[in-house]
Design a protein around this ligand. Sequence first.
Ligand code: GDP
Ligand code: IMO
Ligand code: MG
Length: 423
Amino acid sequence: MKIDILLGLQWGDEGKGKVVDVLTSRYDVIARFQGGPNAGHSLEFNGIRHVLHIIPSGIFHKEKMNIIGNGVVIDPVIFEEEILALEKMGCTPTENLRISKRAHLILPTHRLLDAAYESKKGDRKIGSTLKGIGPTYTDKTARTGLRICDLQSPNFESKYKQLIEAHKEILDQYHFEYGDKLPEMDRQWHASLAKLRQFPFIDGEYDIHDALQQGHSVLAEGAQGTMLDLEFGSYPFVTSSNTIAAGAFTGLGLDPHLAGRVYGIVKAYCTRVGSGPFPTELFDETGQRLREQGNEYGATTGRPRRCGWLDLVALKYAVMVNGVTDIALTKADVMSDFDTINVCTAYRVNGQITDHVPTDPDVAVEPVYTTLPGWKADISQCKSYEELPETFKAYIRYIEEQTNTTVSIISVGPDRNATIFRN
Ligand code: GDP
Ligand code: IMO
Ligand code: MG
């Protein structure tokens, strides 16, 4: 069996959670491969809206196995909150969720360090979700981090204390005031470990290979988006993990020969939370209209998302670095009443037209737009491709031609059922 990968092609919040939930019926295993509680993946069904942070978006399908891969970073406190919320809804995640022993732990001081680093950056702040993501991945690459498997070690407490002390030294160097917050954070963190320990800690790479050997199918779920990738995003305004397809191989321990389809999730316009380049950002009332009609407020932090037109330069780049085979287009219903729709087809950089994404985030980029007609119709009730208005089909064709990729899924609303598959 092959393993399919699903990820975001923009700056996150493209609708990955919703599409994973819809696709889960086709797979046996859903495995998250990177990121942590910085992610907020929303799903809706039976009138219920739910947001997941660390837990894979296949969790509501109780007969499907969900795996938190080695590439993910886990805050036990947030994990416990997520599990309690699921249990309240009648789910029994202990039966269909497993955690890789190699996944790293977010400690309370990682969160404090995140805040300390951000506060020092002033104008250059990343706009981090402050969940401790950067400092945790820093410890991972510095080879000083703590992993899930350490929870099974008799020396866990001493390893924990050693790392906390090292972090406190850095916090002191930064003159970062955390007062008496730490003992309570520490107490809460330790208390939450009991919940984490209720779940099987697994050698995820073996489990996934065994599952594939037995003929089971696996969907790898990404978090964030390609333009937030540590390597290929708008560095340094990025997250600290590999959000691209390659991240699925290191984040789960996969054999690259087994790669199957790569589903790239694309919003019909663009949004970004946090700082950094956003060439098509709209500061006018159209931007405000997208924000309000699209309810563009962060699922994790509640921050208003920056909104702008679809950026095909960035999208083609994302399709290229991920080897996307299928696009899932989301949220076009949000633009149902727009007379015209702009799409950015090139950048003007230093007076020159280019179709390359600049490496330096400080380079001034002016978007070059093509204007397309809006569809001026409510598409949210459409159930098949045939029912969609011709103008919207033309928008889809335009994206397909530009990206040389098929739009095979069209999401027309937040609910599970508001999804159109094209053969
Ligand atoms: P993710 O991080 O990629 O999973 O995306 P988020 O959940 O952070 O943000 C996407 C938001 O759009 C959520 O509130 C979803 O419920 C919602 N959503 C997803 N697909 C659609 C769609 O096709 N139309 C509309 N109107 N909303 C959608
Ligand atoms: P999902 O999976 C949108 C952004 C933050 C910030 C930068 C670094 O829901 O699409 P971090 O907390 O990782 O240090 O923040 O990345 N960011 C996201 N933006 N969606 C996300 O996840 C994000 N996760 C991180 O806003 O700009
Ligand atoms: Mg999100």
